[in-house]
Design a protein around this ligand. Structure first.
Ligand code: F2R
Ligand code: MG
Ligand code: MG
Ligand code: MG
Length: 313
């Protein structure tokens, strides 16, 4: 892999992990003030990640073991994700996803396993969006990436909204990965490309709301407007805003997402993915990286996937 692809792939995976691990202490808090966040940043304790990262890494391993043009095999992916939960069930999984994994491990095929939750409606939680970032490393175009996102999502999230959330998230990571960090990001154009690629009325209006908040919204007012809970529709827009507020500064994007409260591990992980894919690993604070569990293994997995990144500037 080129050194740029390598640095960007490492940024992407380590960024997700750091966002998740920094945000984990505040998951479910209504508000997070600057003082609480500063205390977390100054601590020297190990940074432990949650289900967000565990499943992101499982998806990354799945992709690393397969080559284009069919890098996702849903039957295997469902089992691999479920086994990851079984291996470390204490990482803080959502109830719906736990139930899907139980069914998969009992031998139920993924379409029924994932369709059986929430009275047969399937989950529209943000679990598919939170783990989707690695598909951006193997996708060859925005369209290809959102298709991979949908396929990776549906093994646990049968509800269309659960799958849809993974699409703008994956597309944002892809566009950021392939952006030149030396050239200022044209944020309006970026949102326009996301909207065009996802091509869905509800998401067009969500992305329009994000655009309206680009210049001045505080984290709290952004959360009030866009939502900050564990559903895909009310967390991915906030994460995109956190990224677009600070496209060249992963730590600031993570801080913005955490300050917005709610599902902080997840929104911070989703905000960090595109930001650190754009800046590369050098954008991540070394003080955080030094505290991160399994950083060497995660870096090695990123290197393996970097080989697959098509022509990175
Ligand atoms: N689950 C958590 N955190 C809370 C508990 C953690 C605790 N510290 C612990 O250790 O146990 N975090 C993780 O879950 C989120 C990802 O969720 P996922 O995987 O999509 O799960 P689920 O359960 O399918 O959906 C999450 C919530 O969304 C709502 N929801 C989804 N579909 C619905 C439907 N059809 N109808 C109504 N509500 C639906 C529910 O409230 C679900 O609980 C991330 O935050 C990750 O960090
Ligand atoms: Mg989590
Ligand atoms: Mg098959
Ligand atoms: Mg969460």
């Amino acid at each position: 892999a080129s050194s740029t692809a390598s640095a960007k792939a490492r940024g992407l995976l380590l960024g997700v992990t750091l966002g998740d691990a920094m945000g984990a202490a505040f998951e479910g808090h209504r508000h997070v003030d600057g003082e609480q966040l500063l205390q977390q940043e100054r601590a020297t304790t190990r940074l432990r990640y949650t289900d967000d990262t565990a499943l992101t890494l499982a998806l990354a391993r799945h992709l690393a073991e397969r080559s284009n043009p069919a890098p996702i095999d849903e039957d295997s992916l469902a089992v691999e994700l479920a086994r990851e939960w079984q291996r470390e069930p204490w990482r803080g999984y959502g109830r719906g996803t736990r139930e899907v994994f139980e069914r998969v491990l009992r031998g139920t095929a993924w379409p029924e396993a994932s369709g059986g939750g929430f009275q047969g409606r399937g989950s529209y939680g943000n679990g598919a969006a939170m783990r989707v970032a690695p598909v951006a490393l193997v996708g060859t175009s925005p369209q290809h990436v959102v298709e991979l996102a949908r396929r990776s999502a549906r093994v646990t999230h049968a509800h269309p909204d659960g799958q849809l959330g993974a699409m703008p998230q994956s597309c944002a990571v892809f566009l950021a990965l392939h952006s030149d960090p030396e050239v200022p990001l044209e944020r309006g154009r970026f949102l326009h490309r996301l909207a065009r690629t996802v091509n869905h009325a509800e998401w067009r209006s969500r992305l329009e709301e994000v655009r309206e908040l680009l210049d001045e919204a505080s984290p709290a007012s952004a959360a009030a407007r866009l939502g900050n809970d564990a559903t895909a529709g009310a967390s991915v827009p906030l994460a995109l805003l956190a990224f677009l507020r600070h496209p060249d500064h992963p730590a600031e994007a993570v801080r913005y997402a955490i300050r917005a409260g709610g599902d902080t591990d997840t929104t911070a992980a989703m905000a960090a993915a595109p930001t650190a894919a754009r800046t590369g690993e050098r954008g991540l604070p070394s003080a955080w990286l030094n505290r991160l569990e399994n950083a060497a293994t995660i870096g090695a997995l990123a290197e393996a996937l970097a080989e697959r990144v098509p022509r990175c500037r």
